[in-house]
Design a protein. Structure first.
Length: 172
């Protein structure tokens, strides 16, 4: 598959598989992967680790940093896969400011599955207690956003294959 000349954001709440699927998709496309959590400022990480939900203001510098990475890839006509919760349309619009042709892949799952995944996850600062606030904040992509929505009950390999097929179909 020819690497895309656009960027892709793997979006959804914590525990949906953004990093796992994002890494696999980037590998399959032969492009770089950016772990969005790694660009959070230390204060945001401290807040989340303490179980405090982030505000729009807390997220602003983080979204700007991600938009800058997307802008770099866009300017270089390089594909890039980024993991970012992108919970609200306004956040997705901020990311699009860096790459107007940005595509979103929304990894959707029910609360029970997400909670189970978070309970068994190790080595991440985001506690399962913040899942409810993320679900309350989530604004799923609207039809006009042309996002690819994937059910997280499928194995990650199938999700990646389905995303690749959708990307090929839209660029054929």
């Amino acid at each position: 598959m020819k690497p895309p000349e656009h960027s892709i954001v793997m979006m959804g709440v914590s525990g949906c598989g953004k990093s796992t699927v994002g890494h696999a998709l980037a590998d399959a496309l032969g492009v770089d992967f950016v772990e969005g959590d790694a660009l959070h400022p230390p204060r945001n990480v401290q807040l989340m680790a303490a179980g405090t939900p982030l505000t729009d203001n807390d997220r602003l510098s983080w979204l700007q940093a991600l938009a800058a990475r997307l802008a770099e890839a866009h300017a270089a006509r390089r594909g890039l896969v980024v993991s970012c919760s992108a919970l609200k349309r306004a956040y997705r619009d901020a990311l699009r400011s860096g790459a107007p042709d940005l595509r979103f892949v929304y990894l959707r799952g029910d609360a029970a599955l997400l909670e189970e995944r978070l309970r068994t996850r190790v080595g991440h600062y985001m506690p399962a207690s913040l899942l409810c606030s993320q679900l309350d904040t989530l604004e799923p992509p609207g039809p006009d956003e042309d996002a690819i929505t994937m059910d997280i009950t499928e194995p990650s390999e199938r999700i990646v294959d389905a995303i690749k097929a959708r990307l090929l179909a839209t660029h054929a």
